[in-house]
Design a binder for this molecule. Structure first.
Ligand code: C2E
Ligand code: MG
Ligand code: MG
Length: 542
């Protein structure tokens, strides 16, 4: 090969004019690195009049974290240890943006077999669609590809996703520049903590991902805490992660979905926390979603699978039937019975409880009307969720239902579970007082398990307190429960409220409750909740 730089440079000039890539020639003897002048404007790389600079000049425009690895690789090329250079690394352009480039070159020899130069090309467009200019992070597709590779190799570690909380608000309040600075800082610190082993990925908004090739969860959690500390209070982050070693054999997309679900959990939890993915929680969530779909369809199909069971409520001293509590039951398409403790939260979260609640109320009222023909004064208690009470005009809807069914208001007690929201007195009292005008009674269910106290309940127009089962169980053996229930009954009487004790299971409990003397009792001792048919057979066939 003839050693003629000029002819090569001519060819390069031609190529450079007809391509988006930058062709280069690096001459080892002189250290001259020839590049096209177009690169000068973009990356502030000063070339002299003959359009060359040195490798040292080039390394100056390389993103600092990538500079050492590049210098090492080029050093080996110079020493003849490698004949091919093929790297992706970052440059910083004159806008301060981080640009991933692909740089490839091959060494050439003179006719005596001496190493003389490297010729190659730099592309700053090849990776442009895969990377985020602001932070230099790669996008999701790359993460999945890298993850698949790691999984195939059986590598141990964690896929980690983190999210800057309230980025939109930060942009709004402090301007986009602040948001951008936060994003850059987050990507930077995350990369440092990942110890340069893997790349950083940006998903959307303020969400970043990386793979930490460590096995110890404690070390990962420490890194997360450090990330939070270094970013400062203004930038709060949530995180979700999945251990690769517990999910070998699965695909990258699946693991990504897992990490996303752990992150979503961390975000809803509202804590600055790193949540490790739990298969059990995930399956629960997936099952809840499937259940939601099923419920939607079956509600539209005339409340298929829904039914009510009725549990008797009796007077304390002379055990007489006072009425019943209507309890929701659901049998899924697959024949499983979904307990209300599981079902009701799903209905509440999806808002379906409003529709179902009305169906419950109407069904229970019709049943009550029917049973009243046999047992005058039969009374029905129906559970109502707080979500239902938030519906505009709910009191009128309830009153219309009573009218439609043809039942007097005093046949109905609405049970509202004690919860924090019961403190929204004005709204609730407006609803309650309208209902009370026709005699509907309001009961506070599960009393003692939430946040209310009797003094607080004074602000609400309540007719009944349902003592939660946990105070009734073994009341014959617990002095504390005995005094607590006695006190509630005493104070309730002073405020003209009645008390119903739930969950009476044994004769011993009944004996003690007779001394305390609440108005009503309910529990397995008298009967478990029964289908309408069984209830009729047991209590109304005379
Ligand atoms: P809750 O309103 O406090 O209903 C009493 C629960 O205690 C019922 O459970 C009942 O079966 C159970 N129970 C009654 N006596 C005993 C006993 O002696 N021992 C034991 N261990 N348990 C007893 P269930 O039917 O599983 O209902 C659970 C909860 O689901 C209800 O608690 C209520 O909060 C909610 N729920 C049920 N139906 C509806 C509904 O139609 N609407 C709404 N919003 N919630 C409902
Ligand atoms: Mg109840
Ligand atoms: Mg209860």
């Amino acid at each position: 090969m003839e050693y003629n730089v000029e002819s090569y440079l001519d060819m390069m000039r031609f190529l450079n004019e007809s391509s988006d890539d930058y062709f280069f020639l690096w001459e080892f003897a002189t250290g001259r690195l020839f590049l096209p002048p177009s690169i000068t404007e973009k990356y502030s790389l000063p070339l002299n009049e003959e359009n060359y600079c040195t490798v040292e000049d080039w390394i100056k425009i390389v993103f600092p974290k990538d500079a050492d690895a590049l210098a090492e690789d080029l050093g080996e090329v110079q020493q003849g240890k490698r004949l091919i250079h093929d790297m992706v690394y970052r440059l910083v352009n004159n806008q301060g943006e981080i640009v991933w480039i692909s740089c490839r070159g091959k060494c050439g020899f003179d006719q005596n077999g001496n190493l003389i130069w490297m010729v190659g090309r730099v592309s700053d467009t090849l990776l442009a669609n895969d990377t985020d200019r602001l932070t230099g992070a790669f996008y999701l597709d790359r993460l999945l590809a890298e993850l698949d590779e790691l999984l195939e190799k059986g590598r141990e570690g964690y896929l980690v996703l983190i999210d800057i909380r309230g980025l939109q608000n930060i942009n709004l309040q402090f301007g986009r520049d602040t948001g951008d600075r936060m994003l850059k800082a987050t990507a930077g610190v995350l990369e440092e903590l990942a110890e340069g082993t893997q790349k950083i990925y940006r998903m959307n908004g303020g969400c970043f991902g990386s793979v930490f090739l460590w096995r110890q969860e404690t070390r990962l959690k420490e890194a997360f805490d450090q990330l939070q500390r270094r970013l400062g209070e203004q930038c709060m982050i949530s995180g979700g992660c999945v251990p690769l070693h517990l999910h070998s054999g699965k695909e990258a997309v699946t693991l990504y979905q897992y990490a996303e679900s752990a992150l979503a959990y961390a975000k809803t939890n509202g804590k600055k926390e790193l949540i490790v993915f739990s298969e059990k929680d995930y399956e629960k969530k997936v099952a809840a979603l499937a259940l939601t779909q099923e419920l939607k369809q079956r509600i539209e199909n005339g409340f298929q699978g829904f039914s009510l069971h009725y549990q008797p409520q009796v007077t304390t001293q002379t055990p007489e039937l006072y009425g019943a509590e209507a309890l929701l039951r659901y049998e899924s398409c697959s024949g499983d019975r979904i307990p209300p403790d599981h079902l009701v939260p799903v209905l509440e979260q999806t808002g379906m409880i409003c529709q179902v609640g009305l169906w419950v109320l109407e069904t229970a009222l019709r049943q009550c009307k029917k049973w009243r023909r046999r047992l005058k004064g039969f009374h029905i208690s129906v559970n109502v969720s707080y979500t239902q009470l938030l519906e505009e005009g709910v009191e009128n809807t309830f009153l219309d239902l009573l009218k439609k069914v043809g039942l007097p208001g005093d046949a109905l007690t609405l049970e509202v579970t004690e919860s924090m929201q019961l403190h929204d007195y004005p709204v609730l009292n407006r609803i309650f007082s309208k209902l009370k005008e026709v005699g509907v009674q309001i009961s506070v269910d599960d009393f003692g398990t939430g946040y209310s106290s009797l003094s607080r309940l004074k602000n609400l127009q309540i007719d009944e307190i349902k003592m939660d089962r946990c105070f009734i169980t073994n009341i014959d053996q617990s002095t504390y429960n005995y005094y607590l229930v006695s006190k509630v009954v005493e104070l309730a009487a002073k405020s003209h409220m009645q008390v119903c004790c739930e969950g009476v299971e044994t004769q011993e409990e009944l004996g003690v409750l007779k001394q305390i003397n609440p108005s009503l009792l309910q529990g397995y001792l008298f009967s478990r909740p029964l289908s309408a048919e069984d209830f009729e057979k047991a209590y109304l066939s005379f």
